[in-house]
Design a protein. Structure first.
Ligand SMILES: *Cc1c(COP(=O)(O)O)cnc(C)c1O
Length: 340
């Protein structure tokens, strides 16, 4: 069986680092969408609660329901199919149409399009949105935006921030005029957060940094974070691969001399991306994954009963030409989690 081990002291170290930067635990909203980026939604949510975090962000109502009792506030980014109103849930409004779909009394956050042009309401539609929210008797509790290039060295982040500040002022003015409470404002994700020296919004939505990574240009003064997840697998069988024998699909790996190898119970069926035998990958103990990864198993040059496949995914992200987010998020929900 494959297994994910979650390191609580590393997790708390990351939360502490984020808290120190923000000045308060209350300014952290942990982003737990997509099974907490593959780490396990309930496991990470429970540790966040134990640390004292009060806000979370997820993608769907179904995810929010699983962690409802653990937080005071849960922002749901992309699901408007809500039937009962929970005080804990806050629904993101990504378009004017979303306003029409929601039942009375739902808490809502306006998503403002400050330049990413993916989801959100533009500046010239904000007034209409707020009137729609009042007409439908929804509670406006937040307004936020998302940055498209916080991880790159460019001034785009500051261009979007100034657009958001303009929206923030407009929303404040409208709320005062209409005698409704001014909502919370939030904008930064992990990489944006560490680029702002003084973050003067109500909270930040922190995803990848809590898990121990920041895919931000190394030019920035990035904090030291510690990966939370490690992936482990049990042995199936050990054999001797004789000189010139090959292992696995396509016989991609050939033994240069007689060697002891074993198969382990993890493969791309578990969401561990398929290594195709072209690039060498070593486990934390220095063992090599030999040849192509199969659906349910892979071969390694050792005979340990259990091996750690990774405890840091940055090398794998490089090999697969992707970001750390994708390597962890791809891991399937069925993999058991253990917190140490
Ligand atoms: C996923 C997501 C985040 C978190 O981003 P990180 O880079 O992982 O910190 C924040 N805000 C929104 C809207 C998101 O979709």
């Amino acid at each position: 069986m494959a297994k994910i081990i979650l390191n609580k002291s590393n997790y708390f170290h990351n939360l502490k680092t984020i808290e120190t930067h923000l000045g308060s635990k209350d300014k952290i909203a942990v982003v737990l969408k997509d099974n907490a980026y593959g780490h396990g939604l309930v496991e990470i949510a429970s540790m966040a609660k134990e640390y004292g975090i009060k806000k979370a962000v997820v993608r769907t109502i179904n995810e929010a329901e699983k962690i409802e009792t653990l937080f005071e506030q849960i922002l749901i980014l992309a699901d408007t199919d809500i039937h009962s109103c929970s005080h804990t849930f806050h629904i993101a409004i990504n378009s004017l149409e979303d306003i029409e779909k929601l039942p009375e009394n739902t808490n809502v956050h306006i998503k403002f399009d400050s330049g990413m042009h993916r989801n959100g309401i533009s500046l010239d539609k904000l007034e209409e949105a707020i009137h729609g929210i009042l007409r439908k008797k929804l509670n406006l509790t937040g307004a936020f935006t998302h940055f498209r290039s916080a991880d790159e060295l460019s001034c785009e982040l500051f261009w979007q921030k100034s657009n958001f500040d303009e929206a923030k002022n407009l929303i404040k003015t409208l709320c005062e005029k209409l005698f409704i409470p001014v909502p919370n404002f939030h904008c930064a994700n992990s990489s944006a957060l560490f680029r702002f020296k003084n973050y003067d919004y109500d909270f930040a939505r922190v995803g990848i940094a809590q898990y121990g990574y920041l895919d931000t240009d190394s030019i920035f003064d990035n904090p030291t974070l510690k990966p939370v997840m490690s992936l482990w697998a049990d042995k199936i069988v050990t054999r001797i691969l004789k000189e010139n024998q090959r292992v696995g699909y396509g016989g991609k790996y050939m033994a240069q001399e007689d060697m002891k190898i074993s198969t382990y119970k993890v493969g791309y069926g578990d969401g561990f991306f398929r290594l195709n035998g072209e690039q060498k990958y070593l486990t934390p103990k220095g063992y090599e994954i030999l040849g192509k990864v199969s659906m349910d198993n892979l071969s390694i040059n050792c005979d340990d009963e259990e091996v750690c496949i990774f405890n840091d995914v940055r090398e794998l992200a490089k090999i697969h030409n992707t970001i750390t987010y994708e390597i962890t998020t791809a891991l399937k929900e069925h993999i058991p989690k253990e917190i140490i």
